[in-house]
Ligand binder design. Structure first.
Ligand SMILES: [Fe+2]
Length: 252
């Protein structure tokens, strides 16, 4: 990645905005393959073809799996998969037939490694811009557990086009690296407006989460954001993917 691209993106983020960097070659193709396979996995789940408890792990406070395949909820109508390098072996040990999903895991692994490498460069740049916060050491201390989230929605119905309600992410930065339509929006600070942000084709949107806000003592605020389905571009439902770069601190 060009040093200036990484610098400009990090600088935009610490200045309160969203940064954009070109996607690493091969990243979009690998991610799209992983999402295509996730559609297949989700379909199988709805047909009761897989045991949920073997495909997910690390439940969060809501009882939803934070890693692997997340529980399907009627009110959300989506399938989510959080991948980290340890995922394959963890699911294999739980009895999931991972050997039958090599295309899925190979694509997941390629996407994850390209994004981790980019995240590493970005975190070094944040460390240079904010040298007193211990950012890069804390990022490396988190190991390889940074999750890459793939998400596929069922088609929205009627007027319900919102796929992710306004929220802040927990990590230090989020790398919004794939979406089928320009449905990403932010809620600017001190406003209730939903501002649509078009992430240029072939680019990744970088924005701060709660750990960034905490580690910078509020200098950089976590960005409130959400997504809409774009029916003309997503006739079969929205697909998107986000990589979360974490640091060792708690987000709370
Ligand atoms: Fe988010």
């Amino acid at each position: 990645m060009r040093r200036t691209d990484v610098h400009d993106a990090a600088y935009a983020v610490v200045s309160g905005g969203i940064g954009f960097v070109p996607a690493p070659p091969g990243c979009l193709t690998a991610t799209e393959t992983a999402l295509e396979e996730l559609v297949r996995l989700g379909r199988l789940r709805r047909e009761d073809g897989i045991a949920e408890e073997t495909w997910g792990y690390a439940p969060d406070h809501k009882g939803q799996y934070d890693r692997g395949l997340s529980q399907y909820r009627e009110d959300e109508r989506k399938d989510t998969f959080h991948y980290e390098p340890a995922t394959y072996e963890i699911l294999e040990s739980k009895g999931a037939p991972v050997h039958a999903w090599t295309k899925f895991f190979r694509a997941q692994d390629e996407s994850w490694r390209l994004l981790y490498s980019l995240a590493d460069e970005l975190m070094q740049e944040f460390d240079r811009l904010l040298p007193d916060c211990g950012i890069y050491d804390s990022f490396k201390g988190y190991g390889l557990r940074h999750p890459n989230r793939g998400i596929v929605y069922e088609r929205r119905t009627g007027a319900d086009r919102e796929t992710a309600y306004p929220h802040c992410d927990r990590g230090f930065i989020s790398l919004h690296h794939s979406e089928t339509g320009p449905g990403f929006f932010i809620v600017p600070k001190d406003s209730k407006m939903r501002l649509r942000i078009h992430i240029p084709k072939g680019h990744i949107g970088i924005f701060p989460g709660l750990k960034c806000q905490k580690m910078t003592n509020g200098l950089v605020s976590a960005i409130v954001h959400g997504t809409y389905e774009v029916p003309v571009r997503e006739p079969n439902g929205r697909r998107a993917s986000v990589f979360f770069a974490h640091t060792t601190i708690s987000h709370l």
